[in-house]
Design a binder for this molecule. Sequence first.
Ligand code: AMP
Length: 439
Amino acid sequence: MSFESLGLGPALLRALAEQGYAEPTPIQAAAIPVVLEGGDLLAAAQTGTGKTAAFSLPLLHRLSQTAPAGTRRPRALVLTPTRELAAQVHDNLRDYGKHLRISSTTIFGGVSMGPQMQALRRGVDIVIATPGRLIDHMQQRSIDLSGIDVLVLDEADRMLDMGFLPALKRILAALPKQRQTLLFSATFAPPIKALALQFMHQPREVSVTPPNTVATTVTHHVHPVDAANKRDLLLHVLSQDSRRQTLVFSRTKHGADKLVRYLEAAGLRAAAIHGNKSQNARTRALSDFKSGRITVLVATDIAARGIDIDQLPIVINFDLPMVAEDYVHRIGRTGRAGADGMAVSLVSHEESGLLRDIRKLLKQDIAISNVPGFEPSHPLRTDAAAPRPVQGQRQPRQGRPQGSHRPHGHHGGGHGQGGDRPAEGNRKRQRRRRPAAKA
Ligand code: AMP
């Protein structure tokens, strides 16, 4: 199968050759013809399968075939749950569309509205937006959505959940009824799908992997450890290859910051990326990580959306996510595009129930092995009553474990990773009825 046989034009084929893409990935082969035909699409594909190109390529092709209406109204809208993902999609659209005259811009919070307004005033074909800031522009009347022919919801499961729904409904109400709607997501829970069908028109469904599976090239390891010893075990795992780029997940924003301070005190180059950081800080952390200036990036679940790093060899779950589906999303950052990847989870007794949920979702056993010197005082439980951390309740502090190699320059205790407010994704999901959150 070639990109040419899918019906994409020469300018796109040239850009794809420059990108080094030899042939379409399975989701691209399945989705591109449907999108080119103009129909609605529900596409389930795990992260890292090439789903961004699966909608970007046919979108660019269609826009290049139809002349702009002569107005400056955008013709396509891509909605994403996070700023990082919006920036990533924008980069991809620019790469694929470099030989076409199709303009695009991002609209997201955390940066000033002025340049966004100017870009909209000049006129763009494609807007890639997060819902909160898009609504700000709608209120300011700086964007006119009446010319949108194609709507794409990326990471659609997130867009239809976690507090985004009211915002999404407002945006949908401002779009023309007659349009093409494309939903792309790694996971599609039945209620999410039912919701999606309410604003789609006889969508075709394509799915290239069974729901909620992770790339088969990823190996999973669980190391049981007492909560108090997690940071030292993390240092131990990181020290096995200090040059390796490692993405570490923390359940809480506060916990991510504390962890970065701890790692820095131990001499590692680390940065945190989460929703409380300014957009500049988030962009800088990501580019420093990509360029190798820092080797450890500590992220919360939602901030990690859109992080696309070639060949990321290892992802470490410092905390397990409260929602098992997030494990799939986290692990999607490694083993991309066929490369080998490793997922290491540091799991305390209190998280036994979360591990149980993840194993159930993945439908696969995950190897559990103790790391010598870090054996937990309470073993993990696998029975139905296995404990889960209670949100909002303090967990054991990350005290200094006996005989641990505490890094130089590290002051004071109270580095509890547990008990902080849950990271944005989980919190919002718990309060679904809250007004729209800005990404
Ligand atoms: P995505 O699932 O959109 O996040 O894409 C994952 C990675 O696969 C990105 O780094 C893309 O650049 C890359 N990619 C997308 N399509 C292809 C392709 N047809 N051949 C090789 N790499 C691809």
